[in-house]
Design a protein around this ligand. Structure first.
Ligand SMILES: [Zn+2]
Ligand SMILES: [Zn+2]
Length: 211
């Protein structure tokens, strides 16, 4: 499985493109920047982009979804049902962040845990609902790679003081749903450097046993 990183998003948010070299099926994780670069790359590599998987509905992760959908109309845009409210609040999020107002993006499907059977090539995409940063925040596990959105960062966790956030919930999500995964799983967060489940279990200042 190949991963291409587009790191220049709003507030440093990262867009990831994951694809299977053999079948050329792929998915975009969040969509915050560099639409032209993404389009060029997809065309060059001849990738069939099946999904745009949104980790959560904060503006820095969805700012370019509308623009993306115009270029890739057949790609399914998917988000957890509990964050649809944030998509509806995009105009308000724009004014709060003092950004130019964008259209509310079209969403093709709403996710619940285990509600969809999504695949890229032969790999299944597992949806892990990790509320706490937002109500409908999810992580996507594909093979041995976890896209953790704003739930888990290298040496940190997502903030909980925004709409729908809860420190109790994010701690529970991370402890019960992420730290029970294989320690060798590589974590690609919505901001910052990649890490592993094992490293965070040891060193994350919010939980780490060796911190
Ligand atoms: Zn966020
Ligand atoms: Zn973010």
């Amino acid at each position: 499985m190949e991963i291409k990183i587009f790191p220049n998003g709003i507030y440093g948010a990262i867009t990831y493109l994951v694809y299977d070299k053999k079948t050329k099926e792929g998915a975009l994780i969040d969509c915050t920047c560099d639409i032209d670069k993404i389009e060029n790359f997809v065309k060059c590599e001849n990738i069939n982009l099946k999904y745009l998987l949104i980790t959560h509905g904060h503006l820095d992760h969805v700012y370019c979804v509308s623009e993306f959908k115009e270029k890739f109309p057949t790609t399914q845009v998917l988000i957890h049902k509990d964050d649809m409210i944030l998509i509806e609040q995009i105009p308000m999020q724009c004014s709060m962040m003092e950004l130019e107002e964008i259209k509310i993006p079209c969403v093709d499907g709403l996710l619940g845990e285990n509600s969809h059977n999504l695949t890229i090539g032969e790999k299944e995409i597992k949806i892990i609902h990790t509320n706490g940063h937002s109500k409908g925040g999810v992580c996507y596990l594909i093979d041995n790679v976890l896209f953790s959105g704003d739930t888990l960062f290298k040496d940190s966790i997502g903030r909980c003081d925004l709409f729908g956030g809860s420190m109790k919930e994010i701690e529970k999500s991370i402890k019960e749903k992420l730290f029970t995964l294989d320690e060798n799983i590589i974590v690609y967060p919505g901001h910052g450097d990649d890490t592993t489940i094992g490293y965070e279990k040891k060193y994350n200042p919010y939980f780490g046993s060796n911190y």
